[in-house]
Ligand binder design. Structure first.
Ligand code: NAD
Length: 322
């Protein structure tokens, strides 16, 4: 009897097609919203594949008594209780850098939109106006980009920003000046206060942890230049939206761009009323190429574990311990 895989979200691509040829795959793109049903059926499957919406809790993992691998199509694993999975010997496979380039490209796109005011100019022309003076922009050349979290995405954004002639500074207390993401990007490491004070653009690339939750708040925003912009494509709760709204509406900072939100999808928000913020619906990794790479790598690792081999990209250990 072939092994059984459960997919709880909308995850498609040649990688999944390959799994369907070899295994008994059940896919329900809305199952992540039906937690009781998920809990009831989890025990029937050898592998569970999720994206970022399914909450893979300790209870779910305990119910998944046959499961040897949980696959997360994407980077952030904050929706998976990795410790509980490890306690039960379940491999947690994910795709740590398959979408890094797409996110870094979105950062550059957002920086250019903020600097050149493209979204406002586009809306203005389409409404019949030709108001050039309203859209005086700024150059990226010669400006300082502050990267908070100089990991896989932060470094790729920094490298691309260097092509625009930007100076790169970075705050990442877990790195030394000899780490390759520092040496290869030419970033100067500094403390958070220096980064906030000196940056013309700030881009956030942190995991969501107790330490990073609401790192951008009234106090940190107050340290930024009034001409500076801040971009968050990492995790929404790292930026306190209420404080950001105050800073943007009072002109404490010049502008912001958010791909991720405190709550997703967000409720009606005062941020929607502001002209100096650019909002996208968590799409930084949503390119055809990134999605294909994510699904291909994840399917490969799930297949490896189900075939008795070690997974290559894991958050805990490569082979099940059960
Ligand atoms: P990464 O692990 O490669 O890099 C994160 C960096 O943050 C590391 O260098 C780490 O040392 C640093 N860091 C950790 N805690 C810190 C702290 N308290 N202060 C300063 N630095 C700290 O991660 P990545 O692949 O670059 O991903 C970054 C974030 O982007 C993650 O939260 C991920 O979930 C998110 N992401 C979002 C999307 C999207 O669609 N918007 C797509 C992919 C990834």
């Amino acid at each position: 009897m072939s092994k059984k895989i459960l997919i709880t979200e909308n995850i498609v691509g040649p990688g999944i097609d390959g799994l369907k040829e070899k295994y008994d795959v059940t896919q329900d793109k809305d199952l992540w919203q039906k937690s009781d049903e998920l809990l009831n059926i989890a025990g029937d499957y050898d592998a569970i594949i999720v994206r970022n919406q399914t909450k893979v809790t300790e209870d779910l993992l305990k119910a998944a008594s046959r499961c040897v691998v949980v696959g997360r199509a994407g980077v952030g694993i904050d929706n998976i209780d990795v410790k509980a999975a490890s306690d039960q010997g379940i491999v947690v496979a994910f795709t740590p850098e398959e979408n890094s380039i797409s996110v870094a490209e979105q950062v550059l796109g957002m920086m250019l939109c903020l600097a050149k005011k493209f979204p406002g100019a586009n809306a203005s022309v389409k409404s019949g106006s030709w108001d050039r003076m309203a859209f005086l922009g700024v150059e990226l050349f010669g400006k300082t980009l502050g990267v908070i979290g100089l990991g896989k995405i932060g470094a790729r954004a920094a490298l691309r920003a260097r092509a625009f002639g930007m100076r790169i500074i970075g705050y990442d207390p877990y790195l030394t000046k000899n780490n390759f993401t520092v040496t290869e990007t030419g970033a100067e490491l500094c403390d958070l206060d220096t980064l906030l004070r000196e940056s013309d653009f700030i881009t956030i690339h942190l995991p969501l942890t107790d330490e990073t939750r609401q790192m951008i708040n009234e106090e940190t925003l107050a340290k930024m230049k009034p001409t500076a912009y801040i971009i968050n494509t990492s995790r929404g709760p790292i930026v306190k939206e209420e404080a950001l709204y105050e800073a943007l509406s009072k002109g404490t900072i010049a502008g912001a761009a958010l791909d991720v939100r405190e709550e997703e999808p967000p409720k009606e928000s005062p941020l929607n009323t502001l002209d100096n913020i650019l909002l996208t619906p968590h799409v930084a990794a949503f390119t055809q190429e990134a999605q294909d790479k994510v699904v291909e790598s994840l399917a490969d690792d799930v297949d490896r574990v189900l075939s008795g081999g070690p997974a290559l990209r894991v958050a805990n250990f490569p082979s099940p311990r059960k």
